[in-house]
Design a protein around this ligand. Structure first.
Ligand SMILES: [Ca+2]
Length: 460
């Protein structure tokens, strides 16, 4: 009979216990967070109750905002569906993905964050609109209607990445999206639209579709709660571009490029913090990969938001960039945005603003066009919507002029700011291999102060 040495046994038990404790600590330390992306389609930042527009009902997203960080100055890489989404899914600027145009896919040689997360053991799922056909095929799960399916099918031993790509509040609109509907009399008419009954009804439908999106976000948040996942899940809400109205979606004005951004991450992101610093949606893929412990992909241009979410008060960026390319028509433009200024460089100034088809046929644009035809459109709208040529360069002081009505580019007092911002924009265009020509004064050795001319398209 084998005699058990009690001291040896004690040592063995202690070693086993130590190994168990170490393994437990390791498993706790490396449990990567789940990531849920609630992504609306065509929504300007301003149009959520938590962003100040109390006329639109968004109770679930307002609650999410209170539990995380709300960014007031988040910018899309492009105010167009496919380019904006391709930039998030690859971390590359749209003009380097092959997807600068609407409906064009990211080239297959560029790796996506979906593949990268899968390699790290993530289960990936997408509902509805991805708008990048190639990358859409990479998701493990694809769903359309029932939001519970993903949560029932996901492997319980894996972290997950869920892309909820709603098609709300994209057009076309019709009555009945939510009950009760929004009252057209109570909508907030932006100063770039004509305040008519038709425009108000158009905006009320837009609000209805936002509320329907909010309701579905509420369902997903309830499912997270029900499965006990809230504590280790990053929930991000944003939109791919601004509202589908004239002078908004498809333009580099604030209503086109400034989208909502809410980030909830229990134990990490400071609950209730409101950020007025500028960030880019291109920061999201970098943040997600870093949170997941995944090496970054080549040529990602965003920055991690993690230190900022945790309370760092240093702004993440001094400047962010955004671009407009082909979208039902060719109106290429680029912008550099700082906390105070925005400079837009127009590459087809000879034409009056062109509109994507959904906005050209919208009641809101029809209202503008009808007033224009009878000579009753407000002068600033008449000037902006119908005058050609347009300026080559536009400069706005976003603090003093958030509506972007007063172009300072030709004002001698702003000459140096225009030149400096053109240089910053041009450097970005050159280093990211833009297919459009950078402003001439961005080239090394070019003494732009000697060649400054009033930036007036009429003198071209
Ligand atoms: Ca969109």
């Amino acid at each position: 009979m084998k005699i058990i040495n009690p001291i040896k046994l004690l040592i063995q038990v202690k070693i086993s216990l130590l190994v168990w404790v170490l393994l437990s600590i390791k498993s706790l330390a490396v449990t990567p967070p789940n990531i849920v992306f609630l992504f609306s389609d065509d929504q300007t930042a301003a149009d959520l109750a938590c962003y100040g527009n109390k006329a639109v009902r968004t109770p679930n997203l307002d609650k999410l905002a209170a539990q995380g960080v709300r960014f007031t100055r988040a910018y899309v890489a492009s105010p167009q569906c496919s380019p904006s989404r391709g930039a998030i899914l690859t971390g590359r600027v749209p003009h380097t993905t092959g997807s600068s145009r609407l409906h064009m896919d990211v080239l297959p040689e560029f790796p996506s964050i979906v593949e990268a997360l899968k390699k790290q053991g993530y289960f990936t799922g997408a509902y509805r609109k991805v708008h990048q056909k190639g990358i859409e095929q990479q998701f493990d799960f694809r769903g359309d209607k029932d939001l519970t399916t993903f949560f029932n099918q996901r492997p319980k031993d894996k972290p997950f990445f869920l892309w909820f790509g709603s098609t709300d509040p994209h057009r076309p609109y019709k009555a009945g999206a939510v009950n009760p509907p929004h009252d057209p009399k109570k909508v907030r008419v932006p100063d770039f639209l004509a305040d008519t009954p038709g425009t108000r009804q158009d905006l009320a439908y837009y609000y209805d579709y936002i509320t329907r999106f909010d309701q579905e976000c509420g369902e997903i948040l309830a499912l997270l709660e029900k499965q006990g996942l809230t504590g280790n899940t990053i929930v991000v809400m944003s939109s791919d571009n601004g509202m589908p109205f004239p002078r908004a979606k498809g333009t580099l004005y604030e209503a086109g490029v400034n989208v909502p951004l809410l980030i909830k991450w229990p134990g990490k992101a400071q609950a209730g913090r409101v950020s007025t610093d500028i960030v880019s949606l291109m920061d999201l893929p970098v943040t997600w990969l870093e949170a997941a412990g995944v090496p970054l992909l080549p040529r990602m241009t965003g920055k991690s938001l993690i230190p900022y979410l945790e309370g760092d008060t240093q702004p993440v960026h001094e400047y962010v960039f955004t671009e407009r390319n082909w979208h039902d028509n060719w109106e290429p433009s680029r912008a550099v945005i700082s906390k105070k200024y925005k400079l837009i460089q127009n590459f087809r100034p000879e034409v009056a603003p062109l509109f994507t088809l959904d906005r050209l046929t919208s009641p809101a644009f029809q209202a503008i066009d009808s007033l224009h035809k009878i000579g009753k459109l407000a002068p600033n709208l008449q000037q902006w919507y119908f005058k050609a040529p347009r300026p080559v360069v536009e400069l706005y002081d976003l603090e003093k002029d958030p509506g972007e009505w007063h172009n300072l580019a030709a004002d001698p007092a702003y000459k140096q700011i225009v030149l400096d911002y053109q240089k910053i924009l041009g450097d970005w265009m050159n280093t990211t291999h833009d297919f459009l020509p950078a402003p001439r004064n961005s080239f090394p050795g070019y003494n732009y102060n000697d060649v400054y001319e009033p930036l007036n398209a009429e003198k071209l």
